[in-house]
Design a binder for this molecule. Structure first.
Ligand SMILES: *[C@@H]1O[C@H](CO)[C@@H](O)[C@H](O)[C@H]1NC(C)=O
Ligand SMILES: *[C@@H]1O[C@H](CO)[C@@H](O)[C@H](O)[C@H]1NC(C)=O
Ligand SMILES: *[C@@H]1O[C@H](CO)[C@@H](O)[C@H](O)[C@H]1NC(C)=O
Ligand SMILES: *[C@@H]1O[C@H](CO)[C@@H](O)[C@H](O)[C@H]1NC(C)=O
Ligand SMILES: *[C@@H]1O[C@H](CO)[C@@H](O)[C@H](O)[C@H]1NC(C)=O
Ligand SMILES: *[C@@H]1O[C@H](CO)[C@@H](O)[C@H](O)[C@H]1NC(C)=O
Ligand SMILES: *[C@@H]1O[C@H](CO)[C@@H](O)[C@H](O)[C@H]1NC(C)=O
Ligand SMILES: *[C@@H]1O[C@H](CO)[C@@H](O)[C@H](O)[C@H]1NC(C)=O
Ligand SMILES: *[C@@H]1O[C@H](CO)[C@@H](O)[C@H](O)[C@H]1NC(C)=O
Ligand SMILES: *[C@@H]1O[C@H](CO)[C@@H](O)[C@H](O)[C@H]1NC(C)=O
Ligand SMILES: *[C@@H]1O[C@H](CO)[C@@H](O)[C@H](O)[C@H]1NC(C)=O
Ligand SMILES: *[C@@H]1O[C@H](CO)[C@@H](O)[C@H](O)[C@H]1NC(C)=O
Length: 757
């Protein structure tokens, strides 16, 4: 049995090591003598971050101490604890003592004073947390050291302090516990960037004259918070006896000796591998550390190590109203419960206005309305006939009948012809306060239909022939599409002079607002990738799945809507065309938006699906850089034309200068580079060299999966199970899941088309 198990282990180990160079948590010893040992620290081969043959920083051993218990050791130093977020380790440090020897009637020699040296490692002595501490009544001690940044010119005296008891034996009685300020005890700070030190006692200040009440001088570099001065330290050997001769010393460590900027360039060696991790330059000497981003906690040095903090549990409750906290990735939000309104962050939630009063008000107004209606009835009957005629004329004019025929032919598309009255009711007679957006050529209103669906209603201003055509096109195209990432057209109203379109309402504005909006909220790389992927899916659907294929023609961030789950809805099909079936079909004028426009299309006036790919490439750049596609107000030195600026930066391999700092800090450079590479392909001048939208979507889907389930995260248990049952390791992700993205046309959802009255 045992032999069999060993064989399996012997097989499994090298396999696991070669597949995933990252350490595998479950097989490594992560505790020794009550001390937690998180990666990059570790015990044994493959369990810690290897930084070179002579670097002793992260590889620990679990050995017996002098007292017979186990403890982790780093070289000769016993490690007491390790902190990842702060980049600190506490080790045991020896107290140097210098005592009068009554037998030899002299001061004992100082050969026992050890040199503490961490120069062969990524450690430095923490200047923040340690203090040179000298205890005695006639004691002057120095720290001598060689510094990291200086040339090795031997040791230099650095800092020291003197402890005295003026007044002799009587003064000892005046000493105070806890007060280390020169009387019997003194402390001095040390400089930054020190990685070795020794203690030297000044010979002239010895205890030979005060041996009767204070026999020894002590000096040590000690964690300031761990030292509490006792009067007995001066008069007895209590300092050494109560501490066992050792005190804690705090070391700062770095995971690499480069700066963050340098480290990000080499993605194979870059240690901040977790998503939601940031790189932090060390404040004590050269090098960098990793930390989880704000709102996340865990181990930034392991794939997927940083997990979301549930702010609603533990710690300080973030909301002023109990029970309103909702945890979100990287944060939390405070939302008043249903039926109440208010500010749950700082204020209170109050019940909505009493319904009773509303009912009474409704009752009264209904009475008035009935009166008015019956009075105007006679007049209405008179007018009605002529009004109906006008409506029917408009309906015809907008191709209503044609559309109606088309809809009938394609049963299965849910599409409603709304009456003018319905839409007036929904928007409160197109009330100003329901205006969502105001373009030069139309206004978009927010409305609520009778079935309580919230909708966006696009009402065009007076339109010319071209716009009329655009309008019809948008209606026709959208009415045929049913994709979860394309805005849904519920229907339209044709009875008015200027037609109106009724869309599903997308609550959270456009991608443009999200990226360039005033309140610059943090949008994580994962979210950006999701937005890019879903937009690409929508366009790929239009290009290759819709029948006939559709070219969007005006892909840009203001046309990508975002709902409250960051789900993408591509909108505005005013510039779209059905892909020409015969090659000779050219558009007569170039439409689109500067900054996104395919340069080849500008020259040839021939709109192809690769023009959308180009425009999408620009949207990818916006997501990566957080900059606008075209910034005409840009001054000298600022980015004016994003695509040309990006291509320059990418060719000079200086991506990090242009990529949004928000994501550079949180994400390792590798996926960012991959997205940038994809954008570069989309921006090829020659449209034939650009990938298809389907290829772009697949690549983004693959990157998204990699970001979610990186290889390194698989535990060795899974690896082993895989080996034992002999299941093949998948090498690529299949497309199976992508096809789930498409919402099939809903046969049953055909809503009766309301015929014109
Ligand atoms: C710890 O133990 C290992 C073997 O168990 C030994 O090689 C090493 O020298 C020991 N280290 C210390 C600091 O005692
Ligand atoms: C890492 O983040 C934590 C929590 O935000 C913070 O307390 C700590 O100081 C950070 N560490 C560094 C080295 O900046
Ligand atoms: C402290 O003293 C012990 C025993 O003399 C020695 O093994 C250890 O290396 C010393 N530690 C330091 C930090 O000098
Ligand atoms: C004091 O000195 C004597 C003689 O030199 C020596 O044998 C003894 O070990 C010393 N005692 C201490 C505590 O160092
Ligand atoms: C200081 O504390 C020690 C015990 O830690 C005690 O024996 C001593 O009497 C205290 N001295 C004063 C002055 O309070
Ligand atoms: C102690 O210091 C005095 C001067 O303060 C000096 O004369 C004497 O030699 C020193 N004794 C020893 C043992 O170092
Ligand atoms: C120290 O104590 C001894 C006896 O214990 C005494 O003979 C000597 O005079 C004392 N010396 C001082 C300086 O107080
Ligand atoms: C990146 O790091 C790896 C691993 O430390 C090293 O082998 C490689 O040479 C480095 N590449 C560059 C360009 O520095
Ligand atoms: C309105 O339409 C005209 C052409 O009919 C066009 O030039 C203009 O850009 C449009 N305005 C907006 C805001 O879309
Ligand atoms: C969407 O908007 C709502 C209300 O304005 C806000 O509470 C929510 O956080 C937003 N969601 C996103 C994903 O921006
Ligand atoms: C957002 O996600 C939540 C939970 O997954 C879901 O209940 C909600 O309906 C979604 N909202 C939209 C607009 O899709
Ligand atoms: C922006 O740069 C691209 C690539 O260099 C170029 O094709 C395009 O014409 C430029 N756009 C504008 C508005 O300058």
């Amino acid at each position: 049995m045992l032999l069999a198990l060993l064989t399996v282990l012997a097989w499994a180990w090298p396999a696991a090591a070669s597949v995933a160079p990252q350490p595998i948590g479950s097989t490594c010893q992560r505790r020794c003598g009550g001390v937690d040992i998180p990666y990059p620290f570790g015990i044994g081969h493959g369990c810690y971050l290897y930084t070179g043959e002579n670097d002793l920083t992260f590889g620990l051993t679990c050995n017996l101490t002098a007292t017979g218990s186990y403890a982790p050791f780093c070289g000769g130093l016993e490690v007491l604890s390790v902190s990842l977020p702060r980049g600190k380790a506490r080790v045991r440090n020896n107290i140097s003592s210098w005592c009068y020897n009554a037998t030899s009637r002299s001061m004992d020699d100082q050969s026992g004073n050890l040199w503490t040296d961490v120069s062969d490692s990524s450690f430095t002595l923490s200047d923040e947390e340690n203090r040179l501490t000298v205890v005695g009544c006639n004691s002057l001690a120095y720290v001598s050291s060689s510094s990291v940044s200086q040339f090795a010119t031997g040791s230099d005296y650095m800092t020291g302090c003197m402890a005295t008891c003026p007044g002799g034996a009587a003064a000892v009685l005046q000493l105070e516990n806890g007060s280390c300020a020169g009387m019997g005890c003194c402390q001095a700070a040390i400089p930054k960037e020190i990685n070795s030190y020794g203690v030297v006692f000044e010979e002239k200040f010895n205890t030979s004259q005060i041996k009767n009440f204070s026999q020894c001088s002590y000096a040590v570099l000690v964690e300031a918070l761990a030292f509490d001065f006792r009067t007995t330290y001066v008069t007895t050997a209590d300092f050494v006896e109560s501490t066992g001769g050792t005190v804690p010393l705090v070391l700062d460590w770095v995971v690499g000796k480069e700066t963050c900027q340098e480290a990000r360039r080499n993605s194979t060696a870059y240690a901040c591998v977790s998503s939601h991790s940031v790189c932090v330059d060390s404040r004590n000497g050269p090098g960098y550390l990793c930390n989880c981003s704000r709102g996340y906690e865990g181990n930034p040095y392991m794939q997927g190590g940083c997990g979301d903090i549930n702010e609603c549990e533990g710690g300080e409750y973030p909301c002023s109203v109990p029970g309103t906290c909702i945890n979100t990735p990287g944060g939390s939000r405070c939302t008043c419960p249903d039926e109440t309104t208010g500010n749950a962050y700082t204020g209170t939630c109050e019940a909505k206005k009493s319904q009773l009063g509303v009912h009474i008000a409704i009752g009264v107004s209904v009475g008035v309305v009935v009166l008015v209606i019956s009075m105007s009835c006679a007049y209405m009957i008179h007018e009605k006939r002529s009004l109906a005629t006008v409506k029917r004329r408009y309906f015809k004019q907008h191709g209503g009948l044609l559309l109606f025929e088309e809809m009938k032919a394609k049963q299965g598309v849910s599409f409603t012809l709304f009456t003018k009255e319905e839409l007036e009711e929904a928007t409160g007679k197109f009330d100003e306060c329901n205006v969502l957006g105001n373009g030069g050529n139309g206004t978009v209103y927010k409305g609520t239909l009778k079935d309580s669906r919230t909708v966006a209603i696009k009402k065009c201003k007076l339109i010319d022939e071209r716009q009329k055509k655009e309008f019809g096109k948008e209606m026709l195209i959208l009415s045929q599409i049913n994709h979860r990432n394309i805005v849904k057209l519920y229907g339209c109203c044709l009875e008015v002079e200027v037609p109106m379109l009724v869309y599903e309402f997308i609550p959270n504005g456009t991608l443009y607002q999200l990226i360039h909006g005033g309140h610059h909220h943090h949008v994580s790389f994962a979210t950006r990738l999701k937005i890019a992927h879903e937009s690409a899916e929508a366009l790929a659907y239009l290009h290759s799945w819709a029948l006939p294929p559709i070219i969007h023609g005006d892909v840009k961030s203001p046309n990508i809507l975002i709902d409250d789950n960051y789900t993408v809805k591509v909108s505005d099909f005013g510039a779209s065309t059905l892909a020409p079936t015969d090659e000779a079909q050219f558009v007569t004028f170039v439409q689109g938006t500067c900054g996104y426009l395919d340069p080849e299309y500008m020259q040839t006036s021939k709109l192809t699906d690769r023009s959308d790919v180009y425009s999408f490439g620009v949207v990818l750049l916006e997501l990566l850089t957080g900059r606008k596609a075209l910034n005409l107000q840009a001054t000298e030195g600022e980015v004016k034309n994003l695509s040309s600026h990006f291509l320059l930066a990418a060719n000079a391999r200086r991506l990090d200068e242009i990529v949004d700092v928000q994501i550079v800090n949180e994400e390792s450079i590798e996926p960012i580079e991959q997205v940038a590479g994809l954008a570069k392909q989309c921006l090829e001048m020659n449209s034939e060299k650009r990938p298809s939208m389907r290829e772009v979507a697949e690549e983004l889907g693959r990157l998204r999966k990699l970001l979610k389930h990186p290889w390194g995260q698989r535990s060795s248990e899974e690896e082993m199970r895989g080996l034992l049952v002999g299941s093949p390791t998948p090498s690529t992700y299949s497309d199976v899941e992508l096809s789930n993205a498409y919402v099939s046309l809903d046969d049953s959802a055909y809503l009766g088309v309301q015929s014109p009255r």
